[in-house]
Design a protein around this ligand. Structure first.
Ligand code: NAD
Length: 249
C-alpha cells in the first residue's frame, strides 16, 4: 500500500477516535505521520502503534486553539519530517446545552478549538504548502454544521464555520495547487458520542437509513480518498459520511 509514500501528514487530535483512525489509514498507505494532540501521553501511544507500520512518526503536544503553540509544533514537525503535504484538521470538542443555559465559556471554548483551531493550523501550514505549490487540507466538519442540532448551538456554529472556511480556503489556495475539502461525519461511535444518553442514541439511530452508527474507519477512508492523487481535481467540497442521515441535493 504505497499511494502516499514519500508524503507527510499532520493530523490534529490524532491521539484517539476519528483522528487516530485517520492517522492509521494514511500510514497504511505509506505516509509519514505527525500525531498532534493536546494529550501527549495518548499521542505517544498512537505514534508507537503507527511506527509498527514501518513509517516515520512524531508525537507532538499542541493545543490547536493557541496560535503560538501551533507555530512551535509545526516548526518542530518540519525540522523532524522535512515538510508537510497533508493537513487533517480533526481536533474537536463538544460542550452541549440549550442556548438559554449555555455559559459564555462553553460557547468560547468550542469555537476556540473547533473553528479558531482550524484557522490557526491552516494559516501556518498553508503558508508552507503555497511555497511547495502542492498540498491537501482536509477539515473534519459535522452533519450538525449542515442541519443544526438541538442543544449544540456552539458546536453547530463552529462546524458550519468550518464548512464556509473550507470553501473560502479552496478558492484562495487553488492557484498554488493546494486542495481544501471537508468531511462531514454523521453519528460516529467514539468517546465523543459515548457520553450521550441511551435515549439520545436511540433517537439518532432512528434517523439513520443505514440503521447503525458509523465507525472512525468509515471517516478515515473518506479522508484517505481526498488525500490521495485520485482526488487531485476535487476542491471546496463537503463529503458527507453519515449513513444517509442527511441527503443534500
Ligand atoms: N464522533 C462523532 O459522532 C462525530 C461526528 C461528527 C464530527 N465529529 C468530529 O470529528 C472530530 C474527532 O472527533 P472524535 O469523535 O474522534 O472525538 P474524540 O473526543 O474521541 O477525540 C478528539 C481528540 O481531539 C483532541 N483535542 C481536544 N482538544 C484539543 C485541542 N485544543 N488541541 C488539540 N487536540 C485536542 C483530544 O485530546 C482527542 O484526542 C471532531 O472534530 C469532531 O467534532 C465527530
Amino acid at each position: 500500500m504505497t499511494k502516499l509514500k514519500g508524503k507527510t501528514a499532520l493530523v490534529t487530535g490524532a491521539a484517539q477516535g476519528i483522528g487516530k483512525a485517520i492517522a492509521l489509514a494514511l500510514a497504511n498507505e505509506g505516509a509519514d505521520i505527525v500525531v498532534s494532540d493536546i494529550n501527549l501521553e495518548l499521542a505517544n501511544q498512537t505514534a508507537e502503534e503507527i511506527k509498527s507500520l514501518g513509517v516515520k512518526t512524531l508525537a507532538l503536544k499542541t493545543n490547536v486553539a493557541d496560535l503560538c503553540d501551533v507555530e512551535q509544533g509545526v516548526s518542530q514537525a518540519v525540522t523532524a519530517m522535512g515538510k508537510i503535504d497533508i493537513l487533517v484538521n480533526n481536533a474537536g470538542i463538544t460542550k452541549d446545552g440549550l442556548l438559554l443555559r449555555m455559559k459564555k465559556e462553553d460557547w468560547d471554548a468550542v469555537l476556540a478549538v473547533n473553528l479558531t483551531g482550524v484557522f490557526n493550523c491552516t494559516k501556518v501550514i498553508s503558508a508552507l504548502m503555497m511555497k511547495q505549490r502542492s498540498g491537501k487540507i482536509i477539515n473534519i466538519a459535522s452533519i450538525v454544521g449542515e442541519m443544526g442540532n438541538f442543544g449544540q448551538a456552539n458546536y453547530a456554529a463552529s462546524k458550519g464555520g468550518v464548512i464556509a472556511f473550507t470553501k473560502t480556503m479552496a478558492r484562495e489556495l487553488a492557484g498554488r495547487k493546494v486542495c481544501v475539502n471537508a468531511v462531514a461525519p454523521g453519528f460516529i461511535a467514539t468517546a465523543m458520542t459515548d457520553k450521550l444518553s441511551e435515549e439520545v442514541k436511540k433517537a439518532m439511530l432512528a434517523q439513520i437509513p443505514l440503521g447503525k452508527m458509523g465507525t472512525p474507519e468509515d471517516i478515515a477512508q473518506a479522508v484517505l480518498f481526498l488525500a490521495c492523487p485520485a482526488a487531485d481535481y476535487i476542491t471546496g467540497q463537503v463529503l458527507n459520511v453519515n449513513g444517509g442521515m442527511l441527503m443534500n441535493t
